[in-house]
Design a protein. Structure first.
Length: 433
């Protein structure tokens, strides 16, 4: 075997008896039905490879990369998969009897109907994995991580293990899980008929062929979710959010059910998204003027050049958000968390930021003329060149802030903390104390 990856023709249904493919680059290889019994695939890169229905009994896959690989219906009995990366892999119906999966990464893996009897899962990470119908009888599960893993009535666990105490979720029809975090979880084919998933985080979740008939997805986050062939008959989708990465069956339009499409340059003026999860969303140049975004989760959101004029953002969590050049004139930002955000060149003229957290934010060249900044936390913030003229900074914490060349004309700094602040080239003669 040379250093170049074999062609699909060479690998298709190939018979290696036994093969030595240690450390080989087999990314995306087509190995459906291949005979790889006792093969040495340790540390090989098999990411996104198709290895369904393959015979891999006793194979050595120690440390191999199988992220996103299709291993459905494969025979992996007695295989060595310790420290293997199987995140997002499809192991539906696979046989793993007696296999060694110790310290393996199985985050978000599909293990529906998989046979894991007597499997060693010591220290394995199965967070977000789909264990519906899986048989884990007599499996070794000391230190196994099961947070956000899902299971159903058919799932069998080893004696003494209570899945609820591990943070796993029992998924069935009529289940009530409002606000549940199922980010990236594989829910394909699950029966969630009439389930209460209000406000659920289903970002990047796999919901292929999932039964969501009459389920309540009010304000759920469906960004990046795969909903192809899902049953959406009677599904409540008002104020749910989705984006360009959300996969839908042809002809399905979630906006007709009251959902909001989150995308750059989208027009959502005066929309009510209070309490929604918009974390990581791309809203560059979006029109959110006068929108109700109170209590929203907007961590790491991209709002560069967005129109947030007079938007209501009280108690929103915008940690690490990118708001460069955004128009936030007159916006209500009481108690908002903007710690670590990028606010360069933002226009916050007359914005209300009372009690907000702007610790370590970058506000260089921002316009905060006449802004209400009472009791705001600006400790360690970069305020070089910022316009704070006529701003109300009573009780504000500016300790350690960099205020070089800032304009504080007629700013009210009564009771403000300025310990360690850099006031070089700042005219303090007109400041109100």
């Amino acid at each position: 075997m040379n250093s170049q990856p074999p062609s699909d023709q060479e690998l298709n249904s190939a018979k290696f008896v036994p093969a030595n493919l240690q450390k080989e680059d087999l990314r995306g290889a087509y190995l459906r039905g291949a005979y790889l019994r006792d093969a040495n695939l340790s540390e090989a890169d098999l990411s996104e490879a198709c290895i369904s229905y393959a015979d891999m009994i006793g194979a050595n896959l120690t440390g191999a990369n199988l992220t996103g690989a299709d291993l459905s219906e494969s025979s992996l009995n007695l295989a060595h998969l310790c420290e293997c990366n199987l995140s997002g892999a499809n192991l539906k119906g696979a046989n793993l009897v007696g296999a060694d999966l110790s310290d393996a990464d199985l985050r978000g893996a599909n293990l529906r109907m998989a046979n894991l009897i007597n499997t060693n899962l010591t220290g394995a990470n199965l967070s977000g994995a789909n264990l519906s119908g899986a048989d884990l009888s007599d499996a070794e599960m000391q230190g196994t991580i099961l947070q956000k893993a899902i299971y159903d009535l058919r799932t069998r666990f080893c004696d003494g293990l209570d899945p609820k105490k591990t943070g796993a979720y029992w998924i069935t029809s009529n289940v009530s899980l409002p606000g549940v975090n199922l980010n990236g979880v594989d829910l394909s084919g699950i029966n969630l008929k009439r389930a209460d998933l209000r406000g659920a985080n289903l970002r990047n979740a796999k919901l292929v062929e999932t039964n969501l008939e009459s389920a309540n997805l009010f304000r759920a986050n469906l960004s990046g979710a795969d909903l192809r062939d899902a049953n959406l008959k009677g599904t409540i989708l008002q104020k749910a959010v989705y984006d360009a990465k959300t996969l839908l069956t042809d002809g399905i339009d979630l906006t007709l059910a009251g959902a909001y499409r989150i995308a750059p340059s989208v027009s959502l003026s005066e929309v009510n998204l209070s309490g929604a999860d918009l974390s990581g969303a791309d809203l560059r140049s979006a029109d959110l003027s006068s929108a109700n975004l109170s209590d929203t989760k907007m961590m790491e959101v991209d709002l560069t050049r967005a129109n947030l004029r007079k938007a209501y953002l009280e108690n929103a969590d915008m940690k690490g958000a990118d708001l460069r050049w955004a128009d936030m004139i007159g916006a209500i930002l009481n108690q908002v968390n903007l710690s670590g955000a990028d606010l360069r060149w933002v226009d916050m003229t007359r914005a209300d930021l009372r009690g907000a957290n702007l610790r370590l934010t970058d506000l260089r060249e921002a316009d905060l003329t006449g802004a209400f900044l009472n009791q705001v936390n600006l400790s360690g913030a970069d305020l070089r060149g910022v316009d704070l003229s006529r701003a109300d900074l009573r009780g504000a914490d500016l300790s350690g802030a960099d205020l070089r060349k800032a304009d504080l004309t007629k700013a009210n700094l009564q009771w403000a903390k300025l310990d360690g602040a850099n006031l070089t080239d700042v005219d303090m003669s007109t400041v109100l104390h």
